[in-house]
Ligand binder design. Structure first.
Ligand code: BG6
Length: 506
């Protein structure tokens, strides 16, 4: 891969959890793979009182814990700098400009900056404004300035619009990189390659051959130490509006005319624009929300969501959500998409299942009854990344008995290298000025527009059902009933293991 041009990455919120667990380790991995620019500096910014030396020791400790390839990396550690300032106060930005000037003088790096906002969302408009006012966002000949904004991008349609409006007051759209780390996952990008580099799938990829599509993103962990944030967010805002909707878009989009940031993002936007609007009054029929309750899982008593740190005892925030949606266009007319996500489910797994229609006439049997199983294509996003095709095969011997077998591809068979973390890919793309895997402002707004009726209904009707489900189960029974009522069932990933009380290691 080409080496990127010399530049400086400024991380606001450098002493926070995201920087520690994801950003700094990903940068280190890029360094270890020789993918960082020849001249590169990282400036950590935050309220924590570090200086260059103490930030370097802090980072070294974090890398020991979170970066697989860490082996001392003195050269990388020397790239690190720190400025203690409150990003919410305008007074600190003069110092920021001076610090950047100093780093540039010492290193010879031109004024090419990426500002990474790993801060509370309340600062997503403020920081760009102050950067702009201090000339730090101005792009002169031979330089550029980019800003990466973490999720959540807004809390609803109004706030997302307002944030877009504010950002575009100081910046051009092509300077703004809205992160959705699911787009940085290799397996998520592979959805496009599977669909559009093979002649065999695409002819079947439509309402004529597909019965329904199922997307599950399950987590076995609870909210951990993030109760305060999560309680204001819930599964709908935290996972569905962004990560799950990106998966829907990639599964459903039309082929782009070429691989470029605009062509791909235009097609994704069109999917969002074709989503059938949800009817607020009839939401019970297509949406189930749940919240986990205390339960023993593999011998351990796991607490209820309401007993988690930072969560009010009477919280009605959802930790699970299942939704049926339709895409009203030529390709998908009448095909239901069932999507679900939740915390404290039996295992951690994200997968997309394309359920094909059954054959038109039943000829064979399986264990005495007509075999008319539908073929499934399972795209395993994580873990055990791969693709599985399920189809019927003759059982040896007399007669025509059929059983379902698997054709199974595992990414790990392709190479001994671990798949890169999504943040590695996304950081590198931004350094190279490629925004394909970042969300565009209009698409973010469309995704918010789609979920708006849900948020409105929940707000207007606090008694909208919130079902409990014990930790370690696949969410409320009602989510199963929703899909079973239509003669279908969720695929339960790792079912055998989970039924036997084992964690799904795959
Ligand atoms: C984050 C959510 O965006 O995605 C978390 O805020 C969630 O609540 C996480 O745990 C899941 O990401 P991944 O990559 O582990 O599936």
């Amino acid at each position: 891969m080409e080496r990127t041009g010399d530049q400086i990455l400024i991380i606001f919120g450098a002493s926070g959890d995201l920087a520690k667990r994801k950003l700094l380790p990903s940068l280190y991995e890029l360094y270890a793979d020789k993918l960082l620019p020849e001249k590169f500096a990282i400036l950590g910014v935050g309220r924590t009182k570090y200086d260059d030396a103490s930030f370097r020791s802090y980072t070294e400790e974090s890398l020991q814990e979170f970066a697989d390839k860490f082996n001392g990396g003195k050269e990388f550690i020397r790239m690190l700098h720190y400025l203690s300032m409150d990003p919410a106060e305008e007074s600190g930005y003069k110092g920021l400009a001076a610090k950047l000037e100093k780093i540039r003088e010492a290193s010879g790096i031109p004024a090419r900056y990426i500002f990474y906002l790993a801060t509370p969302p309340s600062l997503y408009g403020t920081i760009p404004r102050f950067l702009h006012e201090h000339g730090l966002a101005t792009q002169e000949e031979g330089t550029w300035k980019r800003i990466i904004i973490e999720k959540p991008f807004g809390l609803d349609l109004e706030s997302a619009r307002e944030l877009n409006r504010e950002l575009l007051e100081y910046l051009d759209e092509d300077q703004v990189y809205r992160i959705d780390h699911y787009l940085g996952k290799e397996t998520v990008q592979n959805i496009l390659v599977t669909r559009f580099s093979n002649g065999i799938f695409e002819p079947l990829w439509n309402r004529n051959y597909i019965d329904h599509v199922e997307i599950t993103s399950a987590e076995s962990l609870g909210v951990g130490s993030r109760g305060g944030y999560y309680d204001r967010s819930g599964a709908l805002r935290d996972m569905l509006q962004n990560h799950l909707m990106q998966l829907v878009a990639l599964v459903a989009m039309e082929p782009p005319s070429e691989i470029s940031s605009d062509t791909i993002r235009n097609e994704m936007l069109k999917v969002f624009q074709s989503l059938r609007p949800l009817e607020k009054e009839k939401l019970e029929q297509s949406l189930i929300r749940g919240q986990y309750s205390a339960s023993h899982v593999r011998g351990e008593l796991l607490p209820a969501y309401r007993s988690e740190k930072g969560v009010p005892e009477d919280s009605r925030t959802e930790t699970f959500v299942a939704l049926k949606l339709y895409i009203d266009n030529w390709r998908w007319g009448g095909v239901p998409f069932y999507i679900r996500t939740g915390k404290r489910l039996p295992t951690k797994v994200t997968e997309i299942v394309i359920h094909f229609k059954s054959s038109p006439h039943t000829l064979f049997c399986s264990e005495g009854v007509g075999y008319n199983s539908t073929n499934q294509l399972v795209i395993r996003i994580q873990p055990n990344e791969g693709i599985l095709l399920k189809f019927g095969m003759k059982v040896q011997g007399a007669g025509y008995n059929v059983q379902t077998v698997n054709m199974d591809f595992h990414y790990k068979d392709l190479s001994d290298d671990e798949l890169p973390d999504a943040y590695e890919r996304l950081l590198l793309d931004c350094m190279q000025g490629d925004s394909t895997l970042y969300s565009r402002g209009d698409a973010v707004e469309e995704a918010w527009r789609f979920v708006a009726p849900i948020l409105e209904r929940w707000e207007e009707d606090p008694d909208f059902p919130l079902y409990g489900y014990p930790c370690g189960t696949w969410g409320p029974e009602q989510a199963n009933e929703m899909i079973e009522g239509e003669g279908k069932t969720w695929r339960y990933p790792c079912k055998n293991l989970v039924d036997n009380g084992l964690y799904c290691e795959l």
